[in-house]
Write a protein that binds this ligand. Structure first.
Ligand code: PDD
Length: 288
């Protein structure tokens, strides 16, 4: 496999890419990132991913670089990923390299822009049908979880807690509310109603979350964006996670207790199928 990455204006083999130890992404986590899916060589919702990055840049006062769509496309081509069933592009933008001091460098320095592409193996249907488990973990993040920063230590610890418990996902809990996963959003089904946390500063506003909300509305599934108390999880009939690398993935147990009857439910299945059909429509990718 070719492994050509982009760093500050140049494409090069990954092994040749170098950044300074004084990069603010390294020293402070002063950086934003995006992960964008590609199906059969076509990006899904690249514009929305770039818009989220643009909003993050505006909030953190990091200049938003031009030409990112072309950069994404070029990475695909240089890595021969146009025919791949699925791939992802990772992009990271830090405030740049400067002697360590907390406030922004003055005068400003050029941001560091790093990006790479790699194939991604979609989940097979057999594993999907079995469903997955999640464990609740306290949410230890700062107050701007809506910004996609590389300050991911709380998410690293949460995902490791899930792995230590032998489960696929973490369910982050703050003030008694179940918010999202370590790298994905979460949806609950109460009776006929689909519920997910509002896009506040407490969660990352997932692009897949937004796409699934649109699909649910198209499908005539009643939807409410409101918080869910952990105590109410016993009344939930279905749970699923969404994300770029998660797509729509069922959760059949939380903290070892079955969700509903412990099987993948009909709303999850409908939205999973609707999501895959939308991917096929948007990207011309084969339905799996
Ligand atoms: N994670 N919530 C969090 C905390 C995330 O980090 C992500 C994405 C999501 C889902 O967002 P989207 O649907 O736009 O992928 C929700 C990426 C994929 C990652 O960290 O690898």
């Amino acid at each position: 496999m070719k492994d050509i990455v982009y760093l500050n204006g140049e494409f090069m083999p990954r092994a040749e890419a170098r950044i300074s130890p004084d990069d603010r992404g390294f020293l402070f986590g002063d950086a934003l990132y995006e992960v964008t899916p590609v199906y059969g060589g076509r990006f899904l919702a690249l514009d929305r991913h770039m818009e989220r990055l643009r909003r993050g840049c505006a909030t953190l006062r990091i200049p938003f670089p031009e030409g990112l769509e072309a950069l994404h496309q070029e990475l695909l081509e240089l890595n021969d990923l146009q025919e791949e069933e699925m791939a992802t592009v990772y992009l990271q933008l830090s405030r740049g390299t400067a002697p360590r001091t907390h406030a922004f460098p003055d005068p400003p320095v050029p941001p560091t822009l790093y990006a790479w592409a790699k194939p991604f193996k979609r989940l097979d249907q057999e594993s999907w049908e079995k469903g997955f488990g999640a464990v609740t973990v306290p949410d230890q993040r700062w107050g701007r979880a809506d910004l996609k920063t590389v300050q991911l230590l709380p998410m690293v610890m949460a995902q490791q807690a899930a792995r230590d418990a032998g489960e696929a996902d973490a369910l982050l809990v703050r003030d008694g509310l179940a918010l999202e996963g370590s790298h994905n959003n979460v949806f609950f089904v109460f009776g006929d109603l689909l519920v997910t946390h509002p896009a506040s500063n407490q969660i990352l506003p997932g692009i897949t979350r937004a796409l699934v909300l649109e699909l649910a509305r198209e499908e005539g599934i009643p939807v409410e964006e409101r918080p869910t108390a952990v105590g109410d999880l016993q009344c939930v009939s279905e749970v699923f996670y969404t994300g770029t690398t998660t797509e729509v993935r069922p959760t059949v147990r939380i903290d070892g207790k079955p969700v509903g009857d412990g099987k993948v439910g009909p709303v999850t299945r409908r939205l999973h199928e609707a999501f895959r059909a939308m991917v096929a429509r948007e990207c011309g990718a084969a339905l799996v």
